[in-house]
Design a protein around this ligand. Structure first.
Ligand SMILES: Nc1ncnc2c1ncn2[C@@H]1O[C@H](COP(=O)(O)OP(=O)(O)O)[C@@H](O)[C@H]1O
Ligand SMILES: [Mg+2]
Length: 328
């Protein structure tokens, strides 16, 4: 019995973000300028040191893998050393890994090996200075691909040694397209407005979109908009609008109750709530332009206080109280 039951369970171990990761540079979605330049490297089978900068889930790691694969073929892994700067507390460990790796010749007659250093902006500027010397020392045999969220956190001498690539958040339409594509390959049934919801919560981050899709697909056979919002710690736009409307029409206590229901139902922390509210604020057409401007400033203030450790309940109550006084 047990054995049979196990055969019926669909293996959930494989992550769709990995399974559907583009394998060559040309399969990368969006990032048109980036992809164009990388394709030239693929064709010439060589490239300089590279710096990939941009927000999470936009294809930086994917591009590093795909490019290496394009240049070295199926055996690319033997010519690739992957490291995460935030795991390597001491630069010494990066140095010794690079040294070890660079000692042997590149596999399959390739001219160089590739070192991919993720989250390079986690290194202090002193450590980056030492990294720069390592890059110079091994430049003959190794190319570095550095990835970071902000290129401004990378010291100038490293930036000037790299070709810099800026990755943008994917557009709503690009995220939507990839969700629909993966959903159809995985044979999941999904409503059109659920695809919209996934693209909405993703905010240009494809990792987030595909993870939320897989989580929803594991729970229900047919994915609806409600399911997406309930499983992704995101309140749907209309719920946030209803809170603002309650502030305007019903006053403090009803609005405060609504906020509490929202936090409970969607499992939001105070800062999640403020950020989601901010995103929906400008589309609330029942608020005047000047009210929106004042509320923006107010939300920035409360967000800051929360991040700095202000008590959540009192900060959110203060927010509601202020909003009520602004909009009534
Ligand atoms: N531009 C893109 N095109 C196609 N898939 C993408 C793209 N960006 C991200 N993804 C998907 O999201 C996952 C995470 O992307 P990744 O490249 O690791 O992001 P990061 O920019 O944080 O390094 C990938 O495995 C892939 O499935
Ligand atoms: Mg990455």
């Amino acid at each position: 019995m047990f054995k049979d039951a196990r055969l019926l369970v669909k293996p959930m171990s494989e992550l769709w973000v990995e399974k559907h990761r583009p394998q060559t540079v040309t399969q990368i979605r969006g990032q048109l300028g980036v992809v164009d330049r990388l394709r030239t490297y693929s064709e010439k089978r060589t490239f300089p040191h590279l710096l990939f900068a941009g927000p999470p889930g936009t294809g930086k790691t994917t591009a590093a893998m795909a490019l290496t694969k394009d240049v070295f073929g199926a055996d690319y892994r033997s010519n690739l050393l992957e490291m995460n700067a935030s795991d390597e507390r001491k630069l010494e460990s990066i140095r010794s890994k690079v040294k070890q790796f660079a000692r042997t010749a590149a596999f399959g007659g390739a001219k160089f090996k590739v070192i991919f250093l993720d989250e390079a902006d986690a290194l202090t500027s002193d450590a980056q200075g030492a990294l720069r010397r390592i890059m110079e020392q091994y430049a003959e045999t190794c190319r570095f691909i550095l990835s970071c969220n902000y290129s401004s956190k990378i010291i100038e001498p490293i930036q000037s040694r790299c070709a810099v690539f800026r990755f943008r958040p994917l557009t709503f339409a690009q995220v939507r397209e990839q969700i629909a594509n993966v959903a159809s390959q995985e044979e999941v049934e999904i409503d059109e407005d659920a695809i919209d919801a996934l693209a909405n919560i993703a905010n240009g981050d494809l990792r987030k979109a595909l993870t939320a899709l897989q989580v929803s697909a594991a729970l229900e056979k047919k994915i609806s908009r409600d399911l997406v919002y309930e499983t992704s710690a995101t309140a749907p736009p209309e719920a946030l609008h209803q809170y603002l409307l309650a502030c305007k029409q019903d006053g403090f206590h009803p609005a405060r109750r609504r906020l509490q229901e929202l936090l409970d139902k969607f499992g939001l922390a105070g800062t999640d709530f403020i950020n989601q509210l901010h995103k929906e604020l400008y589309s609330a057409d029942f608020l005047s332009e000047s009210a929106k401007l004042s509320l923006t400033e107010l939300m920035a203030e409360v967000d800051y206080r929360l991040v700095e450790g202000g008590g959540e309940q009192i900060q959110l109550d203060a927010l509601t109280a202020k909003i009520v006084s602004f909009v009534e």
